[in-house]
Design a protein around this ligand. Structure first.
Ligand SMILES: NC(=O)c1ccc[n+]([C@@H]2O[C@H](COP(=O)([O-])OP(=O)(O)OC[C@H]3O[C@@H](n4cnc5c(N)ncnc54)[C@H](OP(=O)(O)O)[C@@H]3O)[C@@H](O)[C@H]2O)c1
Length: 344
């Protein structure tokens, strides 16, 4: 009925004013173009904080993506503080940052603090160092994390012939072994994120004109992967923690970053090797150094997401579709992940 009325009005209008359709089409196009040109985009963060004034803390920067993020920030002249547990690697990264910043004429930009992200006293030390050196902070990147690589029953020592169990029940020692693995992953992947948040949120809030936190999460936090149950569940926990914090702290821009497999040595940090293993356990995945995302690409995308104030970033991009599809057609996505993790 309504559409009929609209058609009648339009045809009468066309009779009286022959150019009416043209005017209407013109007005609609003009409105669309105006909307596109002036749609309210969040201002680029780099207008609020000059690139060479940004104070950036990278937690988990002694290797991998965190290290490359630190290098890229240093190259563009930001103040960079790097954190990790391995002192030798930490000193290397600080040196790299100092040299990269100096290339563009920026002196004294690199800081390093050896610290465990889940240790309260360590994180207080990081905060004191940053406050003393820079009197504030603009950006926190939580990149620290450890991996787990085995099916959960294999972690308990129960023999498996993928995907079936062929051994006996889990022994008390085996169950305890799985608990220990989960505790190590919880410490680094969940508690570390929690300690970082509560240590730095107030400092960010009262010292930065545009505070920002990026959580380097994982596609595994939103799409369940076989053989990564402990890892995925701890990454999922830190994601939910930060998503809730984002509502509690609206003045801070949170970015949640969901990469697929990245090249590098992340698998060497696995905390779930089966009990009493003598040879390296089976890794249910193609070589990440042949097929994984390049660290430079991931790091660049992280920095761009922070600059633009983006909320959720998936890389590769089609993982966003996979995340949505999982809720409509879980069997298909579960089949895809079992192929990816060679668990069939
Ligand atoms: N690699 C992948 O395929 C992949 C895919 C998706 C998401 N991610 C996520 O990306 C992040 C970085 O991974 P990556 O590939 O760059 O791995 P990586 O090379 O192993 O880097 C991990 C970093 O975290 C630090 N770290 C670990 N536990 C820590 C702790 N308790 N306290 C302080 N620092 C700690 C490590 O330094 P120290 O050992 O010196 O402490 C290292 O600098 C992780 O959060 C991971 O979950 C990785």
């Amino acid at each position: 009925m309504a559409s009929e009325k609209v058609c009648t009005v339009l045809s009468r209008l066309a009779e009286r004013v022959p150019q009416a359709p043209l005017y209407i089409a013109g007005a609609v196009s003009l409105s669309v173009v105006t909307c596109l040109l002036f749609r309210s985009r969040p201002p680029r963060r780099t207008q609020a904080i000059a690139i060479s004034k940004e104070k950036v803390l990278v937690l988990g920067a002694t290797s991998g993506v965190g290290r490359v993020i630190a290098q890229q920030y240093a190259l563009r002249g930001a103040y960079v503080c790097v954190v990790g547990r391995r002192e030798d690697k930490l000193n290397e990264v600080v040196q790299e940052c100092v040299e990269l910043a100096a290339r563009n004429g920026f002196e004294g930009r690199g800081l390093g603090v050896r610290a465990d992200i889940s240790d309260v006293n360590d994180m207080i030390r990081v905060r004191e160092t940053v406050e003393k050196a820079w009197s504030g902070l603009d950006t926190v990147i939580v990149a620290a994390g450890v991996s787990t690589l085995q099916p959960l029953m294999a972690v308990t020592g129960v023999e498996m012939s993928t995907p079936d169990i062929v051994g006996s029940q889990a022994s008390p020692e085996g169950i305890q072994h799985a608990v220990n693995a989960a505790q190590a992953a919880v410490n680094a992947n969940y508690l570390g994120s929690l300690v970082a948040a509560v240590t730095f949120i107030p400092l960010l809030t009262y010292t930065s004109s545009s505070p920002s936190i990026l959580l380097l999460s994982s596609a595994a936090a939103v799409i369940p992967p076989p053989t990564r149950s402990i890892y995925a569940s701890t990454k999922c926990a830190s994601l939910m923690l930060y998503q809730a914090l984002q509502i509690e702290h609206p003045s801070i821009k949170f970015t949640f970053f969901f990469p697929g497999t990245i090249e590098g040595d992340f698998r060497a940090s696995a905390v779930d090797n089966p009990p009493g293993w003598t040879t390296p356990p089976k890794i249910h995945e193609d070589d990440p150094n042949k097929n994984g995302l390049k660290r430079e690409v991931v790091a660049r995308r992280c920095i761009r997401a922070i600059d633009r104030g983006e909320r959720n970033v998936y890389i590769p991009r089609h993982y966003r579709v996979a995340h949505v599809l999982y809720w409509f057609w879980p069997a298909f996505i579960e089949w895809k992940t079992s192929v990816k993790y060679n668990f069939r």
